[in-house]
Design a protein around this ligand. Structure first.
Ligand SMILES: NC(=O)c1ccc[n+]([C@@H]2O[C@H](COP(=O)([O-])OP(=O)(O)OC[C@H]3O[C@@H](n4cnc5c(N)ncnc54)[C@H](OP(=O)(O)O)[C@@H]3O)[C@@H](O)[C@H]2O)c1
Length: 353
């Protein structure tokens, strides 16, 4: 049976509920239980590893038998395995749910298969409702899960002629206020914000997320990569998120980006926002470690030698890194291109499921 308008609305609500959960090793998942007539009976969301999964959280708010014949609307396929908690497919069956609607399949080999189990037990199951929205929301977690490393967004601002700075190294600001506000909103959604020592020494950036001139509630942890010494009075030492990682920004005196990402993942930092400059951004692209690109292009010419990218490992046109543009936006006078690489290179050490 095709999903109803009430189920679509419930999925939209379930995505809102999912966002209340913490960003951790586990996915953020939301659930809504609907009566056969489409009224909301209960809502739930997952609060992190070891706590109830979203659908079980929602069911727990109903009296015994309260979900009999109901529809469970869940953002991720109900799991089918016993981890720290029991399988959600069994909990839904025990509650007597008649129909399950979910957005995207569970990518896990061990946790997946919930839909099959439910169908085999006679439950009507529909997958793919608001799959694009749910997929975009869970993309960082899916990357982290599949590849065993954080999801990496690489951002830079450039002039129309492809420069990241003027000849003397000044780059504040190439783009206008609206584009910069967009960057700050995205910073607030990230777990870590990364620069190379070149940018740290040239710009002394604060690396905070500021919205309407005020510090955002959620702040990404600042990360500096490179062997040059970070000055004791660098602004990044006063970053409010340092507290979460022992009082100091995370400084990695290395060029081994894979090792840095592995450490960030171990610290539970799954959404990494790389803000440059050109040397570090190019190194991420060269290593195949950029999942999403945000390129802010300003209608200005800078000329000169400071290109927004240097060597990204393309020696000949046949090796060009082709992109898929997912989204463009006009932000004041500037244009944002949101893109991903058409071909993603495998992450060494962990095969894709
Ligand atoms: N337009 C923009 O969006 C934007 C953004 C940021 C900066 N900028 C501008 O860019 C300029 C700074 O550029 P930049 O390229 O020097 O900055 P950068 O990319 O931030 O830093 C480069 C440094 O990062 C370190 N590093 C870490 N991992 C590396 C790796 N895998 N490969 C190579 N180097 C690695 C190296 O430092 P060590 O030698 O210390 O190891 C390298 O010299 C400034 O003018 C700044 O204003 C522009």
């Amino acid at each position: 049976m095709a999903h109803s308008e009430a189920e679509r609305r419930a999925m939209s609500r379930a995505l809102e509920l999912a966002a209340r959960g913490p960003r951790s090793r586990n996915p953020q998942v939301g659930a809504v239980i609907l009566s056969p007539g489409g009224e909301v009976l209960a809502e739930g969301w997952h609060r992190g590893a070891g706590t109830a999964h979203a659908e079980v959280d929602a069911l727990s708010k109903l009296p015994e038998g309260g979900a009999r014949g109901a529809t469970a609307v869940v953002t991720l396929e109900p799991c089918n395995h016993t981890g720290l908690t029991g399988p959600c497919s069994e909990a839904l069956l025990a509650a007597g749910v008649a129909r399950v609607v979910y957005a995207i399949d569970d990518p896990g080999k061990t946790s997946g298969g919930g839909a099959e189990r439910l169908r085999a037990a006679g439950v009507d199951v529909e997958a793919g409702v608001l799959a694009d929205e749910a997929g975009a929301f869970l993309e960082p977690w899916i990357t982290s899960f599949r590849l065993g490393r954080p999801h990496v967004t690489v951002k830079w601002a450039q002039s129309l002629d492809g420069r990241a700075a003027a000849t003397d190294g000044t780059s504040q600001w190439i783009t206008g206020a609206e584009a910069r506000a967009d960057v700050h909103r995205r910073r607030a959604e990230a777990d870590a914000i990364v620069v190379g020592t070149g940018t740290l020494l040239a710009d002394d950036p604060q690396l905070t997320a500021r919205i309407d001139g005020r510090l955002a509630e959620r702040q990404p942890v600042p990360v500096v990569i490179g062997t040059s010494r970070v000055p004791a009075d660098a602004a990044v030492h006063r970053h409010p998120a340092n507290e979460a990682v022992g009082g100091q920004p995370l400084v990695y005196p290395t060029h081994d980006l894979a090792a840095v990402l592995a450490d960030l993942r171990d610290r539970g930092l799954h959404r990494v926002f790389v803000e440059g400059g050109p040397t570090l951004v190019s190194a991420f692209l060269r290593s195949g470690l950029a999942d999403r690109l945000l390129v802010y292009v300003a209608p200005v010419l800078l000329g000169g030698p400071r290109l927004s990218l240097d060597d990204i490992g393309v020696g000949t046109i046949g090796d060009a890194r082709r992109l898929v543009i997912d989204h463009t936006a006009t932000l004041g006078d500037d244009v944002l291109f949101e893109a991903r690489l058409r071909e993603r290179r495998p992450w060494p050490g962990k095969e894709e499921d």
